[in-house]
Design a binder for this molecule. Structure first.
Ligand code: HSE
Length: 433
């Protein structure tokens, strides 16, 4: 029986150093849980200063070939991040018959389709719990604990940067530019925050979640993405007044007849919804299954130790599988080909804020534009005056299709009495008809 599992670690940045810390600090308990010792055999590190420092304790190399060709290495843990060369390293590791653990959402979202078959061919484990939601267990729950369910929806707050920013906007009435600057100063937002605030980071995570939840390959192109860059403080305030909280929500839904909807966008949630209370840098994923009902997984979605917790959990699982000669048990679960939902079948209520002339007959013209697309209005409030005889109007519609809403907005923009359609925001609220 195997008494030691050896790791080749690629990268010792934020997460990699967390993994070293956890494996070292909890070594005795981890060995008992895994059924064997887990040792770091070699570390790939390019930074010479870091290499010199780590070299006092570990074997280090700046050459990936030293790791992939080492016959004693059982698991390659890829924590370099980004697409390249991480994808090539993962592919090579699998081709060399090494088990792979990674937290790399960029690679999985784009190259999962070609990497899973390599793991299958070589009968090795390919695990990635840390790729979505940092330390929150969600991949394994979907693949294992909830495997008996037909999953109908997965909704998540999966980007900590934007959740921190939205929480600040709501609680401290800070506007977008100020809150972004503060988040950058505190190190919560990167100096180039585009992938976070634009929704791409959340979309990558959603691609992974939806593919697993619905057992069909979802790609980034399938996801409708809009970020928080254009969100205004007044929309957050109006949402609050109407009983909602705005979150950057990653939503994946499956309907047997209509197909799959996958979107990342600012969304209004009733303040009573469990996701509405998930604040600051916290992440959460809310899952609905036919047998399970509803469940929410919440925790720290990024950071050194939380992500290391997920990565080390994967390492322990691979070690257990090695001890029991059962690697490759759970591989790609995309065995179906499900269709995507059409725009005309995607239904939700919408919040709309617009500026229009403040005179008799204007509301009738606006109502007619909505009626022409069969868009029913549930709530209409005339807010403040925003200029000489210009009023700000806020509306919530009943459930209408994405397509009908797009057409209604187009018509509204063409009306001479409408000065601006300032915001159109999805509402996730089952209590609205
Ligand atoms: N940038 C991500 C976030 C963490 O803000 O949640 C890494 O996926």
């Amino acid at each position: 029986m195997k008494d030691c599992v050896n790791i080749g670690l690629l990268g010792v940045g934020t997460v990699g150093s967390g993994v070293l810390h956890v494996l070292e600090g909890n070594a005795a308990e981890i060995a008992k849980k895994a059924g064997c010792k887990i040792e770091i055999k070699k570390i790939l590190v390019r930074n010479k200063q870091k290499a010199a420092q780590l070299g006092k304790k570990y074997a280090v190399t700046d050459n990936f070939e030293d790791i992939v060709n080492d016959p004693d290495i059982d698991i390659i843990v890829e924590l370099i991040g980004r697409e390249h060369p991480a994808k090539e390293y993962i592919a090579s590791a699998l081709e060399h018959g090494k088990n792979v653990v990674t937290a790399n959402k960029d690679v999985l979202a784009k190259y999962g389709k070609e990497l899973f078959p390599l793991a299958e061919t070589h009968n090795v484990d390919f695990m990635f719990e840390g790729a979505v939601g940092g330390g929150i267990p969600i991949i394994r729950p979907l693949k294992s604990c909830l495997a008996a369910n037909r999953i109908t929806s997965v909704m998540g707050i999966v980007n900590g940067t934007t959740n921190y920013m939205l929480t600040k906007m709501l609680h401290d009435s800070m506007d977008y530019d100020d809150v972004l600057r503060e988040a950058q100063e505190k190190g919560y937002a990167e100096s180039d925050p585009t992938a976070d605030v634009g929704g791409l980071d959340a979309a990558r995570k959603l691609v992974i979640l939806a593919s697993i939840a619905f057992n069909t390959r979802i790609s980034l192109d399938d996801v409708m993405v809009s970020g928080i860059e254009t969100l205004k403080l007044c929309d957050i305030d109006y949402a609050k007044e109407l009983g909602y909280t705005i979150k950057l929500l990653a939503v994946a839904k499956h309907d047997d007849e209509k197909g799959i909807t996958v979107c990342v966008r600012p969304t209004m949630l009733p303040t009573s919804h469990p996701l509405a209370g998930v604040n600051d840098v916290y992440n959460a994923v809310f899952v609905e299954g036919d047998a399970l009902g509803q469940a929410m997984f919440m925790g720290r979605g990024a950071g050194s130790l939380p992500t290391a917790s997920a990565v080390c959990g994967d390492i322990i699982d691979v070690a257990r599988n090695m001890v029991h000669k059962s690697t490759g048990r759970i591989n790609c679960t995309c065995f179906d080909e499900k269709k995507l939902c059409r725009l005309e079948d995607m239904l939700s209520p919408f919040y709309i804020r617009l500026h229009a002339e403040d005179r008799p007959g204007v509301l009738a013209a606006i109502a007619a534009a909505f009626a022409a697309q069969n868009v029913g209005i549930k709530t209409l409030i005339q807010k403040q005056s925003v200029g000489d005889k210009v009023a700000e109007l806020v509306l919530i519609t009943y459930h209408v299709s994405e397509l009908a809403m797009q057409l209604a907005v187009q018509t509204l923009k063409g009306l001479p009495v409408v000065k601006d359609v300032c915001s159109v925001i999805h509402v996730e609220d089952d209590s609205v008809e």
